[in-house]
Ligand binder design. Structure first.
Ligand SMILES: [Zn+2]
Length: 72
């Protein structure tokens, strides 16, 4: 499903494809490149918090580690 997110920084609407109706993780605005940690429930945005580039990279690392474990 496709969820819509309004960027709190620049008010640009972005769309986000969800595998499941609920999602918690990083989102990057396609226009201003601002990073956020978002939480979605049943396709609705619940929380949106600013995320630093450093924290984003950490999260990416954790995700890639998880993926490696699943393959294992
Ligand atoms: Zn933006």
């Amino acid at each position: 499903m496709l969820a819509k997110i309004i960027c709190p920084e620049c008010r640009t609407e972005g769309s986000f494809s969800l595998v499941e109706p609920s999602y918690q993780g990083p989102y990057r605005c396609w226009k201003c490149r601002a990073l956020f940690t978002i939480k979605m429930e049943t396709g609705e945005l619940k929380t949106c918090e600013p995320l630093s580039e450093e924290d984003f990279e950490k999260q990416q690392e954790i995700e890639s580690l998880k993926a490696r474990f699943k393959q294992g």
